[in-house]
Ligand binder design. Structure first.
Ligand code: ATP
Length: 417
């Protein structure tokens, strides 16, 4: 029996569409669900690349085909992509007749694209050597298409996406908040990041004018499917389940030295707080950490991370933390996704002693003359150390679901490991 592996990316723009929808339409309109080897895959690639539309998702479909005319099928797929893609998008579609995951070069290329920026030329060469590629616009989508089709999961989760009626695209989404709360509570911890309890906001609905009504995320596809039946709101015309690398932290690379950190990558690095958190214009909180080799880098908790910034504001000089986040270029800054507090410094301050009789602070009695209370004539030799309780614990703190990157692993998943 022959196989066909299809990769697809970059069909949307800020104005609308979504590549997951194009895949769902291909499966439905060409009646291919029964041919699926596994659920279609939604592979999130490097979240720091500057030219992505939203979540940098690329897609693959893997089919087992009987007597179907494969050349004809490829033609029909391209026609559907042409029909649905946004005109301004740079779509890419690739076809491989043999499983591209058996090609080491391709597997490595896909993995690299989750963590770094890769070259379109390399993607084109790989597609040409092992398969065939179709490009639209400037063809950048061929990168995602090749990466999705050659991608091998190390860890995975699922997302079930529900799509809206076409007439409703671009209008306000009608989804009952209570039903979202209900499923989030009932199916936790196997489904997650659907409702943000900290900010009382629905996270499963996008804000863009795309065809998506909701996307339920979690570890168990059975529970996700059950949960989707309990959502209440406007009509859902199509549902599609995707296997995905969302919520896996696959984008992060452990780094030992700050001088090895490159922009447009995502890192985990241990450091000591050397510049205390400062709130700048726009409500963003910036602090400086120093790595093992003595270099300092800025770390930022941006305004959309909401109450996470309060945690960051409580850090002081001398705290040892591990930071997790994407690296922006100018100025070189780690955009915090979570932190792990390794060691909290002691927060103390030297103050003049308190008079044992009246309770007021004593005054200096002169250089190296000790301290005295004028009113009560009491005396003390030296200053006293005041210890302030730290309102932090040595544990992981994460941004709220509303501010989480698709690839970021929520704490709730770590706790299940
Ligand atoms: P969509 O819903 O269409 O997938 P998106 O947010 O995923 O939207 P795209 O419109 O696909 O963003 O734009 C991302 C573009 O960047 C694609 O053309 C993709 O091929 C390309 N790309 C993705 N990852 C990398 C990478 N690591 N290096 C270079 N190019 C990349």
């Amino acid at each position: 029996m022959s196989e066909l592996h299809i990769g697809l990316d970059d069909t949307d723009s800020q104005k609308g569409m979504c590549s997951t929808y194009v895949v769902s339409q291909i499966l439905q309109k060409l009646d291919l669900r029964k041919n699926l080897i596994s659920p279609p895959e939604l592979v999130r690639l490097n979240p720091t690349i500057p030219w992505k539309t939203r979540g940098n998702g690329a897609l693959s479909i893997r089919l087992k085909l009987g007597q179907k005319n494969i050349e004809n099928l490829k033609k029909e797929i391209i026609e559907l992509v042409e029909e649905y893609r946004e005109e301004s998008s740079n779509s890419g579609v690739v076809f491989f007749d043999n499983d591209p995951r058996n090609i080491e070069e391709l597997r490595d290329f896909s993995k690299k694209a989750v963590k770094e920026i890769v070259k379109i030329q390399n993607a084109r060469e790989l597609a040409k050597e092992y398969g065939e590629a179709y490009e639209f616009g400037n063809g950048q989508g061929v990168v995602g298409a090749v990466c999705a089709v050659g991608y091998v999961f190390s860890d995975y989760t699922f997302e079930l996406i529900g799509y809206r009626k076409k007439e409703r695209w671009g209008t306000e989404r009608d989804l009952e908040k209570n039903s979202v709360k209900k499923i989030s509570k009932k199916y936790s911890p196997t489904i997650w990041d659907n409702f943000d309890w900290r900010n009382s906001e629905m996270v499963l609905s996008p804000n863009s004018p795309c065809p998506v009504l909701f996307g339920i995320r979690g570890d168990s596809k059975e529970r996700i499917i059950e949960a989707s039946k309990e959502l209440r709101g406007e009509e859902v015309v199509l549902k599609q389940l995707f296997k995905t690398n969302q919520g896996t932290d696959e984008h992060l690379q452990h780094k030992k030295n700050i001088d090895k950190i490159k922009p447009y990558t995502s890192v985990i690095i241990k450091g000591e707080v050397v510049r205390e958190p400062e709130t700048i214009e726009g409500g963003h909180v910036i602090l400086g950490i120093c790595g093992e080799a003595g270099n300092v880098i800025d770390c930022a908790a941006y305004e959309p991370t909401k109450d996470f910034r309060n945690t960051i504001r409580k850090l002081i000089k001398g705290d040892t933390i591990k930071v997790f986040g994407g690296v922006r270029k100018k100025p070189l800054t780690i955009n915090l996704e979570k932190i792990k507090i390794i060691d909290l410094a002691i927060n103390s301050e030297e103050k003049n002693p308190v008079c044992p009789d009246c309770g007021n602070r004593m005054e200096s009695a002169g250089k190296e003359q000790g301290y005295r209370c004028r009113k009560c004539s009491t005396f003390a030799n030296k200053k006293v150390k005041i210890f302030r309780e730290r309102e932090l614990e040595e544990k992981v703190y994460e941004v709220p679901p509303t501010a989480r990157r698709h690839l970021s692993k929520p704490l709730i998943r770590e706790e299940q490991d």
